[in-house]
Design a protein around this ligand. Sequence first.
Ligand code: 1WB
Ligand code: MN
Length: 341
Amino acid sequence: MKSPFRRIATEEAFQIPEVAEQLQQIARGTSRSSDMALVRRIYASKETYYAGFFAPLMDLGAARIADMDANGVDVQVLSLTAPGVQMFDADTATELARVANDRLAETIARYPTRFAGLAAFAPQSPKRAVKEMERAVRELGMNGFIVNSHTNNEYLDDPKYWPILEAAEALDRCIYIHPRGPSDGLSGPMGDYNLAAAQWAYGVEVSTHAVRLLVSGVLDRFPKLRICIGHMGEAVHFWMWRIDFMNARAQTAGAPKLQLKPSEYFKRNFTITTSGQESHLALDFSVKSLGADNVMWAIDYPYQPSAPAVAFMDSAPLSDEDKAKVYYRNAERVFHIPPAR
Ligand code: 1WB
Ligand code: MN
């Protein structure tokens, strides 16, 4: 499957035993978080379909590389899978982010041409999160950061998290906002029909998070901050005309005054990926509305199978130049991945 394009997959999940063990404890507990259904299915049951994700998540070696080789995937940008460390108390979360980042760095050192990595951090303790972010980039050479949307029902536009945004901007590394189950306030109607996870609520959760960043004014405060969101931008850009129009009206009614339109921040500060959203029509809309520089390819391994994600991009109706950007050039730039030798 030799391709004229390097294939860098940008939202690829892994798990480590220490975090899995904590999630097993959570699964046995009584939390009412919307993440509980999925956490129970993957970490505490033998329910065949979801439990089947456990082994591929835990593999950071031969089996993962074999899947990549079989499908012509050159690089996976790895991230600790949702909900990361964000359901734990601050001390546990801070410690486990460190362990996960060390494990990730060891993995990349073992396969330096095949893996890159996004560092976890624990928003529960913003001060220690910043320290870990600095260590992850300066000492471990990480390519960016991963956060699984809300933490204790709070979002990154909250001033208590500004040090995290400031650190990401100063370190010149993006923050990838990955889904987790929706915050308590968004959860009510998501409880039925398996809506609480990837089918629907994940996109509502992350798009809400993204729009909060766009309209809160934090992107005037941190103009060089880069945010990545998956699943074809969680449809945020589909709403842009209406968000721009209604935000202008909202500003006359007391909403924060912004230097730019929400759509202008989205194009300046956000990069979207195609994880788990294999529609050529949605890709075409994304490239046309955001530009080919703002879209990156992803699989969402192991939650999505690799072969169809590769076939989707191989057959995408894009010019060769745009396809090269989406398949690898944008990822090389955004994640500081050296060009292939
Ligand atoms: C699924 C997808 C489950 C993702 C996940 O659990 C994550 C799913 C943490 O397809 O059920 C994901 O990363 O998109
Ligand atoms: Mn994912």
